[in-house]
Design a protein around this ligand. Structure first.
Ligand code: ZN
Length: 160
């Protein structure tokens, strides 16, 4: 059966994952998450609900673009882990300074290893990398530190 042509033009999941900056809102939609912006208290980045096999994400409308992108990646990480058999209690109130594990999965979604490695080899500065990935400087710094620890952790600089 032929698909409507608009559907054929829709990027595939693989294409979405390979695009930088990662189109995290489109990815969320692909995973069945409906995102709505709402006015929420500042300390709450988002609220994720699971209802009848659908996901509803209420995103704090007052947060910066970079912050909102990170929050969507965080909730997407929850949904992907849930699909892989991990439990998740909803509503998930995504608070600041919580859930380091999910935050590092979110960082991997927004700043994939292959691209971090490439940017480092191209000698991009922290600011340039943050701009390319459309993330905050803070998130970029944490990601680079984690990347270096994971990939070069056993090596000490200047060792012969
Ligand atoms: Zn969370």
């Amino acid at each position: 059966m032929a698909l409507p042509w608009q559907q054929l033009l829709r990027p595939t999941l693989d294409q979405l994952w390979a695009t930088i900056p990662v189109p995290v809102f489109d990815l969320a939609e692909h995973y069945g998450i409906r995102v709505h912006r709402r006015f929420l208290p500042d300390r709450i980045a988002a609220i994720l609900h699971h209802l009848d096999n659908r996901w509803f994400l209420y995103l704090n409308a007052t947060h910066s673009r970079e912050r909102q992108r990170f929050t969507v990646a965080h909730e997407l990480a929850h949904v992907i882990s849930y699909r892989n058999g991990h439990s998740l209690s909803t509503p998930d109130l995504c608070m600041t300074d919580r859930e380091h594990y999910t935050d590092s999965r979110a960082a991997e979604i927004l700043m994939p290893s292959w691209k971090v490695r490439w940017f480092i080899s191209e000698n991009l500065s922290l600011d340039e990398m943050a701009k390319e990935f459309a993330v905050s400087r803070h998130a970029m710094r944490i990601r680079i530190d984690e990347f270096m620890r994971k990939n070069y952790g056993a090596m000490s600089i200047g060792r012969s």
